[in-house]
Design a protein around this ligand. Structure first.
Ligand SMILES: CC(C)(COP(=O)(O)OP(=O)(O)OC[C@H]1O[C@@H](n2cnc3c(N)ncnc32)[C@H](O)[C@@H]1OP(=O)(O)O)[C@@H](O)C(=O)NCCC(=O)NCCS
Length: 218
């Protein structure tokens, strides 16, 4: 089968993790990376930075597919803007799933989402657009995750949890079942969320507490 030519947008650490998954999946061939002007000419794991996002329109016409490989912690803003820009150009956006993850056939994964090595997505989970399900994350049955969300490494999202758009869930955190997390929330690494979060802000600890209501996303 012919591999699909793919352009990555963002050449940092998250890009490296994505490259590893893309290579293992073996469905796409990475033709280049777009990043800042000063990165042009460098390589990331052997793949060249070929230009900035000013090339997107031209590359869309040439039928390349795209994956957003910019990371996301305190704000989903950059990933969301790039996604909306790609959609405005009518770009084809890849969805990447590690062959070393487990995805229930009864689940759904949205366009532009990447599921990294070791992640588990259980029955009737629904994952939105442009979301990162990072290595070893566990998404339990009937979880609903919105768009532009990052579920970090080894986070546990228990059954029937609902996570709105642009949320960050830190590494090793635990979300108890049946709770809801409002959009733009940041949950710190190692935190335990026992109740629904209805006020956006940064929450840390066990049980987690609000430490800042400042909304970095807006
Ligand atoms: C939550 C987080 C985003 C907060 O970052 P920040 O706004 O820069 O906050 P600060 O580092 O200034 O910390 C503010 C306070 O919260 C505490 N704190 C921060 N993160 C914490 C955490 N995860 N658990 C417990 N306490 C935490 C700090 O110790 C500090 O306490 P103090 O005021 O008593 O000194 C960050 O600490 C974090 O957890 N990032 C996630 C890392 C991660 O999971 N990466 C995954 C990549 S896949």
């Amino acid at each position: 089968m012919n591999k699909i030519p793919l352009i990555l947008i963002g050449g940092g650490g998250h890009c490296m993790a994505c490259i590893d998954v893309i290579e293992l999946e073996d469905k796409y061939v990475i033709e280049g990376i777009l990043d800042k002007e000063e990165m042009i000419g460098r390589t990331v794991l052997g793949y060249p930075v070929i230009g900035t996002d000013t090339l997107v329109a031209d590359l869309v016409k040439k039928n390349f597919h795209f994956l957003i490989t910019v990371g996301q912690i305190k704000s989903a803003g950059i990933r969301k803007r790039i996604f909306e820009n790609l959609k405005a150009y009518g770009a084809k956006i890849a969805t990447i799933v590690s062959p070393r993850s487990y995805i229930s056939k009864h689940s759904f994964i949205g366009e532009g989402t990447v599921v990294m090595h070791g992640a588990i997505i259980n029955a009737r989970a629904i994952i939105g657009l442009n979301t990162i399900i990072n290595s070893n994350a566990l998404i339990e049955h009937e979880v609903i995750i919105g768009d532009h969300v990052h579920i970090s490494t080894a986070a546990i999202v228990n059954g029937s949890v609902k996570i709105e758009n642009e949320v960050f869930v830190g590494s090793n955190s635990v979300l108890c079942n049946h709770i809801e997390i409002t959009c733009h929330t940041i949950i710190g690494a190692g935190s335990t969320v026992t109740n629904s979060i209805t006020t956006a802000g940064t929450y840390v600890g066990n049980p987690c507490k609000l430490i800042s209501q400042k909304n970095n996303h807006l």
